[in-house]
Design a protein around this ligand. Structure first.
Ligand code: URA
Length: 254
């Protein structure tokens, strides 16, 4: 980005990003531009203590003190949310037939353009990250970065004694795809265990189990990079990632 850049919604002056007040309020998920304009008309928007009616004015979002309808606005350009995905939800931001994961978040987050980082099948439960930080989400998903995803599973038939080794050596799926090495740790009864992948192909674990003539019965993601699924979060519940958790995601991708 050039040092001085003039766009309609945002500008860069000496490297600092400024943006229109209405854009700022919508980035914070508080109001659409129209709603913001309506609130401003009634004196509902202040910047650094001054009531503002013209929302096309630019502010520095990092330093301006803004209130909206009497409440101080906490500026966060990018939001990272950890959701404990319940069964039956599709990993999408909209769907005509099925419930979708962003429905589990308040409306203001949907307005901020949050989307799931990668996919879990409709019947898979557990840890799902959502963000509106497209560029960094892409980094987490890129196979180049080998981000670990760990799952707990149960299966139909007991795992053969050499399953760990087959998965470690890279199992070949029925379509010929050679999976990367995956760590499988079986439960004692061999009817389930944990698998850690560094890639995320469509239905990957189900297809891996199918390749050894077995079948996944239940699947739960319990870790994404350095972030474990907290046991304090019930299915369907969510929380923000802390600053430290976000930083740890991107220190060598977890
Ligand atoms: N592998 C699968 O088969 N399904 C998931 O949802 C995730 C990994």
């Amino acid at each position: 980005m050039p040092r001085n850049f003039q766009g309609t919604n945002e500008r860069f002056l000496e490297g600092r990003r400024t943006l229109r007040i209405d854009k700022f309020l919508s980035e914070c998920g508080l109001a659409s531009r129209k709603e913001a304009a309506k609130a401003a008309k009634c004196g509902g928007v202040t910047v650094n203590g001054e009531t503002v009616k013209d929302l096309s004015r630019h502010i520095d979002p990092e330093s301006a003190r803004v209130t909206f309808l009497g409440r101080e606005v906490n500026y966060r350009k990018f939001v990272y949310i950890l959701l404990n995905k319940p069964e039956g939800y599709v990993s999408a931001t909209e769907d005509k037939e099925h419930p979708f994961v962003t429905e589990l978040l308040p409306e203001e987050y949907r307005r901020m353009g949050l989307f799931p980082v990668g996919r879990l099948d409709k019947d898979t439960v557990g840890l799902m990250l959502l963000t509106n930080d497209g560029q960094n989400a892409h980094r987490l998903l890129s196979p180049k970065h080998h981000v670990e995803k760990e799952y707990r599973f149960t299966c139909k038939v007991p795992l053969a004694p050499n399953t760990e080794e087959i998965f470690k050596n890279g199992i070949t799926l029925s379509d010929g795809y050679e999976c990367k090495s995956a760590a499988l740790i079986s439960d004692e009864d061999r009817l389930g265990g944990r698998i850690t992948l560094t890639e995320g192909k469509y239905h990957q674990i189900k297809r891996m189990l199918a390749a050894i003539d077995n079948r996944i019965l239940t699947l739960e993601r319990i870790r994404f990079a350095s972030i474990p699924l907290p046991d304090t979060l019930a299915r369907g519940e969510w929380r923000h990632l802390s600053r430290d958790e976000i930083d740890s995601l991107f220190s060598k991708e977890g």
